[in-house]
Design a protein around this ligand. Sequence first.
Ligand code: FES
Length: 354
Amino acid sequence: MSNDEPVIAKPKPYLVPVKQGNRYAWCACGRSKAQPFCDGSHSNTVFKPVLFTAAKTEDILLCGCKHTRSGPYCDGAHNNLQDTYEEASEAEITAMKAAKLVARNGGATGKALLDGGAYVLTPDFAAATHKGALSVLSLIAHVDGAEDLSLCRFAVTQGCSPWRQHKCSDTVLFVISGKGVVHIEDTAFEATPETGIFIRMGEAFRIEAAQDLQIVAAICPHAEAVLWSDQPTGSFDQQFPERRVSVDHTKTNVMADRFYQVLVDNRVGSTQVTQFIGEVPLSRAAFHRHLYEEAIVILSGEGMMWTENCRAPVSPGDVIYLPPRQGHSLECTSNEGMRLMGVFYPAGSPAINY
Ligand code: FES
């Protein structure tokens, strides 16, 4: 190994507790015996440790592969260290063979409860509530054990919904199907399939359908209080005039043989929530965790959701809820692959896992 190449100390990040105000030296060369911290082993190399002060007392993910572009933190570069995304090993598959197959608690619809509060939901659309032309179905909420992430399905078959507002929560919409317009205060955004739209907390919005619109809305942090009104409240935040992001294959990120495109994030003003669309080939991901709370909506393809001791099949329209740090693996069993929409809180990168 030449002295200008980093050593891969570990093909995944290190989850490390740090204390606010403490200073740390992250090993950038990969040769330290005190990973992920420096022990001076870089001396004959071109590398220097990265010094940082912890902004707050928390657990953070420090890069172990030494290929990150934002050292000391993991940025997901470890996913591209090999040609295929890290798949479940034979040993992992054997170890999880006994995972219990969990049925939905409502027969064809309802929840399949997995480990640690995670679940797979096949929505029962008959349970939706109605407000004028808008039908609302809760998919993930506090009552389901969620912390700050909430998700619901909006449907407008014709005409316009009433104005809706979340005083203390950001709203991130994903258009599943149909055509229409989302009005945010006095500004209108075209709603077409596979489009993400960001609504800042406090802004009133309404949905106008030209064709039967189906939309999934992430509302974070979770909000009980919803304000309804007959008119907009006034202030569209001009700091972020563009709020709509649609799928653009030129903006796809490659994670070995998987692809994802971040839709709504801080580029359109969303600093708390990240939304992405992903493509998964016929494969089973290696077991992994995230520090964020996540919801996944299956758009196409069949598969299986695995946690430590449980598994449940997933199909188009199903919703997966994952609490922070919950170990999981999504398996795609369709030859043509699987397409999904993911949204998580707090914001970050879909590629960061440990
Ligand atoms: S561990 Fe290095 S980028 Fe993730």
